[in-house]
Design a protein around this ligand. Structure first.
Ligand code: NDP
Length: 451
């Protein structure tokens, strides 16, 4: 039995339903870091894995709020503070009906390594609620955010834990959360990132994850001796913050993006998607993508239920580079087969863990360049840390300065990941490279800090 199997055996309790995603994330990391564990006995000696897979603390609380009909609603809120060996806990808040402790443990665990890869002083955390923002009025969103912060504020602080956005939590929600924090504590401080620019947000935070994923891909393709993205057809899934800004940057560098998707269906526009219209539909009107074809009647809308079991329409469209930017496990083995058959050269994870383990294996075994989420989508948290720096020094950086720093950070992450993979005998495997490099920095800090 190899070291990875031995380590995994210790955590079999984690396979219960709620912990499935967490176990999937943990399994990948443990397999990847096996060569590191074999080469350095300190990690075993200091029980680093056993300590790393258990969050420092999980806070679970009741959120009670009044809807527009003055009916009392009850949701559950969470904050999973996973590891602060490298700096204050840092990670987004997700508002979605599928949120539970297991989902947030998976996301918080991934966040530790992602934050470590940035080279910045930030630990890993994640939080959120099973609250569904869809169909809620602005006032209901505000009332929910206030109620959520009434409890959350006890556990966060600029040097303690600094939440940000994620699915269902954008600048509007962060604004309401910040307002409530300020009201409760009378303190105007950088306790959240992703704030609107007018009260302490960083320029480029909304763009950072999507732009960063494209910068990462450009560097990876160059390092792997592949053709650049300019002039190439790309496919993107999702139509949220990450997807829309990945599309924006791809269009800016001359690539042609022909798809996007939401939880109900996929748009295929062979002449290139109309980004202004997408922003209007998803960011202003918050409506379904189906309305896209009312303006562009020659584009195709493929409802989710019209695509065969096990696959997704968006990955069946021929492309040079694919960018899954919607949600976890949205790119399956069937999708990987379709991408390979259509000649796809690179896959970049803009979302967190959007590809299943089977899909990743298949893509890599067919020579597709594969950029894993914890490296490729780290641009968002990197700019969040830039926001923390600006708040701490009461300064404002220009768009150009943030963009330049983001680009440099993504290039450095990509090179660090590629070199680490090479050093550990798995050249070209960005999954192993990211896991080893991310783990090593945190583990070394944990050893240095003692138990
Ligand atoms: P948003 O809430 O802005 O957007 C999510 C998008 O994905 C929506 O368009 C949503 O559709 C769509 N979606 C959700 N579920 C599905 C599904 N099953 N199939 C197809 N589409 C789906 O979230 P973000 O863009 O912020 O986050 C997207 C991903 O990126 C998540 O995995 C998140 O954890 C990750 N991420 C986000 C960062 C950030 O800075 N925001 C940073 C790093 C990672 P609909 O509009 O119908 O709801």
């Amino acid at each position: 039995m190899g070291i990875a199997e031995t380590e995994l055996k210790k955590f079999e309790y984690s396979t219960c339903d709620e912990n499935k995603l967490f176990y999937q994330a943990m399994e990948e990391v443990i397999y990847s870091i096996a060569p590191l564990l074999e080469s350095d006995s300190r990690y075993e000696e200091y029980s680093i894995l056993e300590r790393l897979v258990v969050p420092d603390r999980v806070v679970k609380f009741k959120v009670t709020w009044l809807d527009d009909n003055n009916k009392i609603q009850v949701n559950t809120g969470y904050r999973v503070q996973f590891n602060n060996a490298l700096g204050p806990y840092k990670g987004g808040l997700r508002f979605h009906p599928t949120v539970n402790e297991g989902v947030l443990k998976f996301l918080g665990f991934e966040q530790i390594f992602k934050n470590s890869l940035t080279g910045l002083p930030i630990g890993g955390a994640k939080g959120g609620s099973d609250f569904n923002p869809k169909g809620k009025s602005d006032f209901e969103i505000m009332k929910f955010c206030s109620a959520f912060m009434t409890e959350l504020h006890k556990y966060i602080g600029p040097r303690v834990d600094v939440p940000a956005g994620d699915i269902g939590v954008g600048a509007r929600e962060i604004g309401y959360l910040f307002g409530e924090y300020k009201k409760i504590t009378s303190s105007y401080e950088g306790v959240l990132t992703g704030k609107p620019f007018m009260f302490g947000g960083s320029l480029m935070r909304p763009e950072a994850t999507g732009y960063g994923a494209v910068y990462f891909t450009q560097t990876m393709l160059e390092m792997e001796g592949k053709e650049e993205l300019a002039g190439k057809v790309c496919t993107v899934s999702g139509a949220g913050n990450v997807a829309l800004h990945a599309i924006e940057k791809l269009q800016q560098i001359g690539a042609m993006v022909v798809t996007c998707s939401d939880s109900k269906g996929t748009i295929y526009d062979s002449r290139g998607v109309d980004l202004e219209l997408l922003k209007e539909l998803k960011m202003v009107r918050r409506t379904s993508l189906e309305e896209y074809i009312q303006v562009h009647s020659d584009a195709k809308y493929i409802p989710l239920e019209e695509y065969p079991e096990g696959g997704h329409a968006v990955w069946d469209i021929p492309c040079y580079a694919a960018f899954p930017c919607a949600t976890q496990n949205e790119l399956t083995e069937v999708d990987a087969q379709n991408l390979i058959a259509n000649g796809c050269v690179s896959v970049t994870e803009g979302a967190n863990m959007p590809s299943t383990p089977e899909a990743i294996d298949l893509l890599q075994s067919h020579g597709v360049c594969f950029a894993p989420a914890k490296a490729a989508n780290a641009g968002g948290v990197a700019v969040s840390e830039f926001e923390m720096s600006q708040n701490a020094s009461m300064s404002k950086w220009s768009f150009e300065k943030v963009d330049e720093k983001l680009k440099t950070t993504m290039q450095q992450i990509c090179k660090r990941v590629a070199l680490t993979a090479k050093d550990y005998g798995v050249e070209g495997n960005y999954v192993h490279g990211a896991n080893i490099a991310g783990f090593k920095r945190v583990a070394d800090a944990m050893i240095a800090e003692g138990i």
